[in-house]
Design a protein around this ligand. Sequence first.
Ligand code: IVH
Length: 634
Amino acid sequence: MDAGQRIVQLRSDIERYDHNYYVLDTPSIPDAEYDKLFRELQSLEVQHPELLTPDSPTQRVGGKVLDGFTSVKHAVPMLSIRTETDTEAGGASNFDTRVKNALHSAEDPVEYNCELKFDGLAINLRYECGVLVQAATRGDGETGEDVTQNIRTIKSIPLRLRDCDAEVLEVRGEAYMSRKDFNSYNDKQRELGLATLVNPRNGAAGTIRQLDPALSAKRPLSFFAYGLGEAKGWTLPETHSAILDALKSFGLPVCDVRTVAKGAHELVAFHQRIANERDALPFDIDGVVYKVNSLKLQAELGFVSREPRWAVAHKFPAEEQLTVVRDIEIQVGRTGKLTPVAKLEPVFVGGTTVSNATLHNEGEIRRKDVHIGDTVIVRRAGDVIPEVGGLFCAAQRKQAILHFAGRRAMDVEGLGDKLVEQLVDESIIHSLPDLYRLDVATLAALERMAEKSAQNIVDALEKSKRTTLGRFLFSLGIRHVGETTAKDLARHFGKLETIMQAGAERLLTVPDVGPVVAQSIVGFFAEAHNREVVQQLRELGVHWDEHEGVTAQVLPLSGQTFVLTGTLASLSRDEAKSRLEALGAKVAGSVSKKTDCVVAGAEAGSKLDKARELNVPVWDEAALTEHLSKWENI
Ligand code: IVH
C-alpha cells in the first residue's frame, strides 16, 4: 500500500470512529489506538503535503485567528417558525385546523413529523459534492455570517458526507452545547476562578462567534440537523421524515427523538411525552416542533410573511426565570463541604417551584456579586440543583449600561440599545467597568458589526473617559440622583471622595437635596459593589477635573440662569446647554423673574412671550454663539 492509499484508508477509518463516538455515542476503538492512527495520518500528511485535503479529519482546527466574520447571502432564506402559545391540546389543534383549512383537499388526518426544538443557534452547512465548504449563521434570515472555521471544530459534523455527492446540499440545523459539556466547562472555569457561562445557549452562541478557532475547539459543541436549504443534484424524498433519514445515512447527526404522528391528538401525545422526558435529555430544548410531513403538501401550504404555514413550534415553560434573593445560607454537605445556597422568592421554573439555588462557592458569590435583595436568573436543567445564573436580570443591567453611556451621562457615541443587548446577552459585559475593557476584536466579532464601527465604539469609549464629576455621578444611576442633582453635588463638594464619605446630614446642606435623595446616595456608596465599580472605572482611566466645583464659582456665568427656547441652527440644544453650564451658568426649563437671559432660536413660542413680559433680556442665536466663543476663550 503506498502513502496515498494509506492516507485514504486512515481518513475513512478515523471518520468512522469519529462518527461512532460523536454521533452514535458508541466508541468503537480505545482512545490510545485512535490517537496512534491519528498521529500516523498527521505525519503522512506532513511528509506528503500534496496529498493534504481540507476534508481530512486532521484539519478541523487549523484556521487562523480572524479579524471578523464575512457575510454570507443565503441561497434560500433561513426562516423562523411561528410559535403556538396555547395549552398543549389547544396549540396542537389550532395548528392542525389551520393546516386543514388551508389545504381543503387534505388527507384527513394530516401526517406530521414531530421533533424537538433545540435551544442553540441555527446554522446552515453547505456541502458541495459531499464536502463541507461553508457554514453560516442565520443572521437576519437573508444574510448570515461565515463561521466555517468554528463549525469545523464540531466533531459530530462530517467534513465529508457518506455516499452523497449531490452537487449542492445545504443542511440546516442547530449547534448547541450539551448539558454535560456546559457543566464541565463551568466546573473548570470555577476551579480557575474564571467567568462561567450563563446557560448552554449563550455558551453555543459565544463559541460560534469566537474569532480564534483554537479557543472555539476548547468549548465542545454538538449539532442536530433538522432540515434543508439549497439542494441541487439530489432527488428529494417525498416526506420530511425521509429527508431526516437520508441526512442520517449521510453521517449527519439527526436526533432520534422524533416521530411521525397523525392528527391533532397524536401531536398532543408527543408534546406530553416530551414534557415528561425533557429533564432526562442530555441537552436543553425549549419546546417541540410539528411539521407537515409531505413535501407536496408543504409546497401547497407555502408561507405567511416569513414563516412557513406547514410548521409550528410549541414551547414548554422556560427553564430560566427571574426571582429575588431573600437570604443566603451556608449548607454543610455530607463531606463537610460548605456550599452557599440562595433562598429565593419561590418561582415556577422548568416545571417545578424552586426556592433554593446553589451558589457553588464563595468565589462565585463574589464574582457574580449576589446580594440579598438582588434580582437573579434561576436556571433549572435536568435534575441538577437550580443555580443562580447571573447578577440582576439582564434587562436591568442593559438599562444601567444604556443610562451610563447616555448622551447626558458618559456620552459614549454609538453605544445603542441593540449593541448593549448583544453585549449583555452574550455575557461579554457584566458590569459597567467591562465597557472599558472592550477591544476592537471582541466588538468586530459581533453579528453585524464591521471593523470600522467597532473601532469607532472603542474610540468613543476612550473619549468618554474624560468627563466631569457631575456627569460621572449622574451616570452611576443612583436612585433619585438626576442630572441636576448630580451637577449640584459636584459643584458643592468638588471631590468624589467627599461625596462618597458624606453622611446624610452633610448631603442635606446641598440646596435641593432632601432626605430621600440623601439616603439614596448614602445607601449607594455603602454597597461594597458600587464602591468597587467606581474604583475600577477610575483605574480604567475615567477622570475629571478634581476642582470642578471650586472653579465653577469663579466662571464667567457663575450664578446666572439661562433658558433656551426655539430651534437653534448651528448647535443642538444639548450642546448649548452644556457649553453654558461649562461656563458656570444654570440652564432652567422655564422663565421666571429669576431668569437672567433667554436664548430664543427659530419659532420660539410662549417662553419668549414670557421673557418679554418679565423684561428678561433675550438673545438670538448669533448673540449666544458670539458670547460663548468670547467666554470660552478667556
Ligand atoms: S425548522 C422553516 N426544526 O427554532 C423552518 N427549527 O424559528 C425552519 N429550531 O432558530 C426551522 N429546533 O434554529 C426547525 N427541529 C427544529 C428546530 C428548529 C430548533 C430553531 C431554529 C430557529 C428557530 C425557528
